[in-house]
Design a binder for this molecule. Structure first.
Ligand code: DON
Length: 304
């Protein structure tokens, strides 16, 4: 397996220099566009890695999986899907378009509006308590008791995240949720700022690939219905408006983030994490997609 990971690394490295690091959240522009890492965790918890696999990055939209898992666990299927739909959008991840023209609630939990909406399914006395519930899920799923979040990226997005702010106020005005919009946004921004490396991202993939069972301890970390919902939505919506092409080229349920990470769950086989901060024009990691394409084809991982 280590050989495959090294070959995927050599293959993907050819595209370093393509794509651009995200800068709409100013602090993300500090990322090193030459970073590249690939990791696989198998269902026994063994890890194979290449490149900058210890470098931590903010998980950004990969957090949508953590949020969804926490919300489904607390509020259950019906309450979560009162707030969001289950359909792909074909629009950019931060689009406001359909909140006005269609069903008023976000089409799915993998876009920004959907993730902000489902933070409201996670209750607590205050925002700290609500965030702590999400953070505990993240610690479990990344197998790291000492997980942290990047305070600078959090502040940077809080200060400049006016697109997300407008999505949230629009949803409140549509009656999707009530409560303090700034509090919901703080929880969303903080969750996006959680730091992980690509090995940890692959561990999350392995938990999903293993039906919610921890590959190391064999403990059931996520209920099977939660894994089913998450993996279905990753397949149809996980790569935003590139999900269709990604299904054809890679065909593994995956979730990307503008920090440069991609997390993939090859069902019944392994978890894969990639990291490279330069993004394509849809906001997905340029080299990460190349690595996923390579591994999917070499190891026969496409579900189609
Ligand atoms: O809300 C945002 O725009 C970011 N915190 C997360 C977006 C993201 O990762 C989209 N990913 N491709």
């Amino acid at each position: 397996m280590q050989q495959h990971v090294l070959q995927a690394y050599d293959h993907a490295k050819e595209w370093l220099g393509q794509g651009k690091v995200a800068s709409y959240i100013p602090q993300l522009a500090c990322a090193n566009s030459n970073n590249l890492a690939i990791a696989i965790t198998n269902l026994n918890g063994e890890v194979y890695a290449a490149g900058d696999s210890e470098v931590k990055f903010t998980i950004q939209s990969i957090s949508k999986v953590i949020l969804l898992a926490t919300a489904l666990n607390e509020a259950g299927f019906d309450k979560v899907f009162e707030k969001v739909g289950m359909e792909p959008t074909g629009d950019p991840f931060n689009s406001i378009l359909r909140l006005e023209s269609m069903m008023k609630k976000p089409l799915n939990p993998m876009i920004n509006a959907g993730a902000i909406a489902i933070t409201t399914c996670i209750t607590g006395q205050n925002k700290k308590e609500r965030f702590e519930k999400i953070f505990s899920t993240a610690k479990l799923l990344f197998d790291d008791e000492n997980l942290t979040y990047d305070k600078y990226v959090f502040q940077s997005e809080k200060q400049t995240g006016n697109k997300n702010r407008s999505l949230a106020y629009m949803m409140k005005s549509n009656g999707v949720f009530d409560g303090d919009v700034e509090e919901h946004l703080d929880i969303y921004f903080k969750t996006c700022s959680i730091l992980a490396n690509c090995k940890q991202i692959s561990f999350l993939g392995a938990v999903l690939a293993n039906g919610g069972i921890c590959p190391k301890t064999k403990r059931q970390l996520l209920a099977p219905f939660i894994v089913k919902v998450i993996c279905s939505l990753m397949t149809t919506c996980g790569m935003y408006d590139a999900s269709g092409e990604y299904a054809i080229r890679v065909g593994i349920p995956s979730k990307s983030g503008v920090g440069g990470g991609i997390m993939a769950a090859a069902i019944g086989k392994m978890g894969i994490g990639t990291f490279s901060p330069a993004l394509d024009n849809k906001g997905n990691s340029f080299c990460g997609i190349k690595a996923m394409e390579y591994l999917s084809s070499k190891l026969g991982l496409s579900i189609f």
